[in-house]
Design a protein around this ligand. Structure first.
Ligand code: PIN
Length: 508
């Protein structure tokens, strides 16, 4: 998963992009990057690491200019090499940089096509470099000496015709402005906002509305599926839907886990979605165990995301809500750490127990989702070790059974605990007395009740239905082979032993 931002301001944008990227850091901790422009040159800084480590004072001093874009990355395609950090740059036409969140499902085909039709070379294994080059090629076709909004829109129209999959992107074109666009299914989020500046209205595009709030921008609205928002370097805003076939089917996993609770995506408060997930879980438990004979003494969330659903769940069940785990906030999110080994050791460090909340009690543990089950297995075991009588588990999301092809790092079905297992078998495996999963229709209602205009969500990780309609067994097999934990680990080891070469190459 990744986070993107673009700002056109009347003043220097470097600090604001830095702050916005920090607000989006939860979307990716692997690499960060920023490009600014003074209208003639681009200034680029990107490297592996957290925002606070990548941008140092001497970098910030050089990131001059009133417009810029930024990116935080977790690698969903390709390697953890810093050569694949974003924004990515192409010199022709004009000089363009682009930051992308999502995953193109026809990247290989497009890469060949780019060479055949434009003699364009794609140097990394990143689909974002493909997206950048398709956009550049389409913009070049416009043959404008000084590109304007209409040329940007025509280029985005061309992108929509050729690219499949998920993409929310911001691109900066030197001497022109910033364009943000979202794929025709609106799978990945993208919002924009405005604020009054000393010399007129200033605009910001971002993956999540929380980043706008924190920079003093007022949320205008979401970028619509297939739409492009162009902000010229003078601060004029133009919008156009650049696809004839659009439908809004945003990724439901944003509501389950990825997005910040203080964000509003497609007019739905993520926080409220999660509260409703808790209410639906409670209704299901009361249905399964009528007359309150569920035997639960206390509801204990697994921090952080699990907490929002656990609160109304406890309330509806009329049992106590207690904090039983203290999370060390200085350890990264385990779920998005590459490689199972790293994940396992950090789960252990991450959650410590408040023993007295467990001793001799029947506890219901609530997490946002169970993917590989590494976290929950260890947590159930430590709850028992702390003296719990019975340990029940509730997952605010249904079982994750299918790979994600739209930019979330869940590429291999056989790494999921629910792969080829029934819910009963999973419950046994994780050591729970019983396990209850959210029903998919309840999950959809939890998010959709915030905005009934949303026709549907991409729920592919739960139901295997891919909204772009282009995913077959062959694609999933290639994805799994290319991106499973073992492949990633081997690739990272190779990259690490190669680092001097990459460092030299990337010394800027
Ligand atoms: C934890 C969010 N949440 C915890 C992410 C772990 C699945 N996992 C998804 C549960 S937090 S596993 O909000 O960032 O603190 O099943 O793959 O082990």
């Amino acid at each position: 998963m990744c986070g993107i931002v673009g700002i056109v301001s009347g003043d220097s944008v470097n600090q604001e992009i830095y702050d916005a990227l920090t607000a989006l850091q939860h979307r990716g901790q692997d690499a960060a990057g920023m490009v600014t422009t003074d209208g003639r040159h681009l200034f680029l800084r990107k490297a592996n690491g957290l925002v606070r480590d990548v941008f140092q004072t001497h970098h910030m001093a050089k990131l001059a200019g009133n417009l810029g874009i930024g990116h935080v990355r977790y690698p969903t395609a390709g390697t953890s090499s810093s050569a694949e950090a974003q924004p990515m740059y192409v010199n022709s036409p004009y000089g363009i940089v682009l930051a992308h969140n999502g995953n193109l499902t026809n990247a290989k085909h497009l890469q060949d096509e780019l060479f055949r039709t434009g003699l364009r070379h794609v140097n990394t294994s990143s689909d974002s470099e493909v997206l950048l080059n398709v956009f550049a090629q389409e913009l070049q076709e416009q043959k404008a000496m000084q590109p304007k909004a209409e040329h940007m829109f025509a280029a985005v129209r061309g992108v929509h015709k050729r690219c499949n999959g998920a993409y929310a992107a911001v691109a900066l074109v030197i001497g022109c402005g910033i364009v943000g666009f979202r794929d025709p299914n609106g799978i990945r989020p993208l919002v924009y906002g405005s604020r009054k500046g000393p010399s007129g209205t200033e605009y910001m595009l971002a993956s999540e509305s929380a980043a706008l709030d924190l920079q003093g921008f007022t949320l205008e609205r979401d970028v619509a599926p297939g739409e492009a928002i162009f902000i010229s370097e003078l601060g004029e805003l133009h919008t156009q839907v650049c696809s004839d076939t659009t439908s809004l089917t945003p990724c439901i996993f944003e509501h389950v886990y990825f997005a910040r609770p203080d964000s509003i995506l497609d007019d739905v408060s993520v926080y409220k979605s999660r509260l409703r997930m808790g209410e639906y879980l409670a209704a299901q438990i009361l249905e399964l165990y009528p007359n309150g004979d569920h035997d639960i003494d206390v509801v204990i969330p697994i921090p952080d995301t699990g907490r929002t659903a656990a609160l109304p769940l406890a309330h509806e069940l009329d049992v106590k809500f207690r904090e039983g785990f203290v999370k060390n906030r200085y350890i990264g999110r385990t779920f998005i750490m590459p490689g199972q080994h790293q994940r396992r050791s950090s789960v252990r460090q991450k959650h410590n127990l408040i023993e007295l909340e467990f001793r001799n009690k029947n506890v219901l543990l609530v997490d946002d989702s169970i993917v590989r089950s590494t976290t929950i297995r260890q947590i159930v075991a430590s709850a028992r070790a702390a003296g719990a009588n019975k340990v029940f588990v509730a997952s605010a999301a249904p079982p994750v059974r299918y790979p994600n092809v739209y930019g979330i790092d869940m590429p291999a079905a056989d790494e999921f605990v629910a792969h080829n297992r029934t819910e009963q078998e999973i419950g046994n495996l994780i050591g729970a007395d019983w396990l209850v999963y959210q029903r998919i229709e309840d999950l959809i209602s939890s998010a959709r009740e915030g905005n009934p205009n949303i026709k549907g969500f991409d729920c592919s990780v739960f139901n295997g239905e891919y909204v772009t309609g282009d995913i077959d067994a062959g694609y999933l097999q290639r994805l799994s082979l290319d991106r499973n934990d073992l492949t990633k680990q081997t690739r990272d080891e190779q990259y690490n032993s190669d680092q001097t070469v990459i460092e030299l190459h990337n010394h800027a």
